[in-house]
Ligand binder design. Structure first.
Ligand code: ZN
Ligand code: ZN
Length: 108
């Protein structure tokens, strides 16, 4: 028997799959900002990503900072607490934005 237990925690679908468009500071174009699987060293499993040049070099940029403030939920039970809500079909929903909540197993 392993000496740890598995606990199930939920997170909002937006924590692993989300996208928006952010206007450039000049307002002459828009950049796609999204949350998805990250592939660079030191990244978490899911990270904010942007298609701009600055992001290519630094893995962060001002568009991402803006995107985080415009209706991004990103709720994770493990981090933020709170319980999921169940809708009429008994589907797990995010308590903050009502998106689908996804179950993940963690060893504790
Ligand atoms: Zn950017
Ligand atoms: Zn949410």
């Amino acid at each position: 028997m392993p000496d740890f237990t598995m606990e199930v925690y939920f997170h909002c679908q937006s924590a692993e799959d989300w996208e928006t468009e952010i206007p450039s500071s000049k307002g002459d174009k828009t950049y796609r900002v999204w949350v998805g699987r990250a592939h660079w060293p030191g990244a978490a499993q899911y990270e904010f990503q942007c298609e701009c040049k600055s992001f290519q070099y630094r893995h962060t940029c001002k568009h991402i900072e803006v995107a985080k403030k415009v209706g991004y939920c990103g709720w994770q039970q493990f981090v933020h607490g709170e319980e999921i809500v169940r809708d009429k079909q008994h589907i797990a929903r995010c308590p903050r934005c009502n998106e689908i909540a996804i179950a993940m197993r963690y060893a504790v």
